[in-house]
Write a protein of this length. Structure first.
Length: 325
């Protein structure tokens, strides 16, 4: 048995895209899933035991299709080692299929735990690359791993050396440049989490395959403005920067009451709202003065549609995945 036979990884929820930053910008939030991995002593009669607690525990798979376990196995495959028998306990606090990065927490939790139990042979950059390959895009897994608000851009020129070859992953061959985006202390995130789900796959199906040059230019300009707005807290910049023409115009029809909730938030003093990740959670950005009104009015707007929503101000997370052995 290694010196460390049990490890717990605490991973934050994330809000991805932030409007125009589709598939490249995400921020970690102070809402957490906890993943405890314990190596089973030989001779283990089972290779895997999974238990889950939390409000949506019954929805989490407890066989080898569990995403945290798949990530755990992925790292050992990368090392060309058989995965050891393991018991996993998951405490779920991040709601599933709500656009808050629940799948990213599982991927990061499984990879980080495996790396720790294997003696930490991989660097954080290696773990991050594996996480991006598993998730398919960087906007959730990068802030879940690192904390803070992050912009991820692919890079072929500065591709890191990989230890394995022949992967079929679409992202194989890409290195990543990760840029932290300072988050001004005056900007308060408010999440409005409805009591219905929306799968990422369904939200991606409604997106077009091609965009006009005008829409591409619009989003490029607004991503640049968003980075500066988050850093400075400039209110006018924030109001403009959250606009998007790549994904939100197509996805909002999948979210019952979207327009009413958005208008209620802005009328209550929010700078604007965005769809968190693939939705259906709606994220508002506001200041301390208006936060209570924004929370109250977003919840009230959804109630008009018969939707119960958990609406709350939530602090950004700056630490990312935390390991305790």
């Amino acid at each position: 048995m290694p010196a460390t036979s049990t490890v717990t990884v605490t991973v934050p929820a994330t809000t991805a895209n932030l409007g125009p930053g589709f598939d490249c910008i995400g921020a970690a939030l102070s809402l957490y899933n906890h993943f405890q991995f314990s190596l089973l002593e030989a001779p283990a009669t089972e290779k895997l035991q999974i238990t889950v607690t939390g409000a949506e525990a019954a929805k989490v798979k407890t066989d080898d299709s569990n995403l945290a376990y798949q990530a755990f196995v992925k790292l050992y495959e990368y090392l060309r080692q058989p995965p050891p028998p393991v018991a996993i306990h998951i405490d779920m606090q991040v709601p599933l299929a709500r656009g808050l990065g629940s799948s990213a927490t599982a991927i990061v939790g499984g990879l980080v735990a495996a790396n720790c139990l294997a003696g930490k042979p991989l660097s954080q950059v290696d773990v991050m690359q594996l996480a991006i390959e598993l998730e398919g895009h960087p906007d959730n897994v990068v802030p879940a791993l690192l904390g803070g608000c992050r912009l991820a851009a692919s890079s072929l020129k500065n591709q890191p050396q990989r230890r394995t070859e022949g992967s079929d992953d679409d992202l194989e061959g890409f290195g990543w440049e990760i840029c932290d985006i300072p988050w001004h202390s005056s900007i308060v995130p408010v999440v409005a989490i409805p009591d219905f789900e929306l799968s990422t796959a369904e939200a991606r199906k409604v997106l077009p395959t091609d965009y006009s040059k005008a829409d591409a230019i619009f989003n490029a300009a607004h991503v640049g403005l968003l980075v500066r707005a988050l850093e400075t807290g400039n209110e006018n910049w924030l109001r403009a920067a959250l606009q998007d023409k790549i994904h939100q115009p197509y996805r909002q029809s999948l979210i019952q009451g979207y327009e009413a909730v958005q208008q209620a938030a802005v009328a209550a003093g929010a700078y604007g709202t965005v769809i968190s990740g693939a939705g259906p959670t709606i994220l508002a950005l506001t200041d301390v003065t208006n936060v209570d009104a924004v929370v109250r009015e977003m919840a009230a707007a959804w109630r008009e549609f018969g939707v119960k929503a958990d609406v709350r101000a939530i602090a950004p997370d700056t630490q990312g995945a935390i390991i305790s052995a």
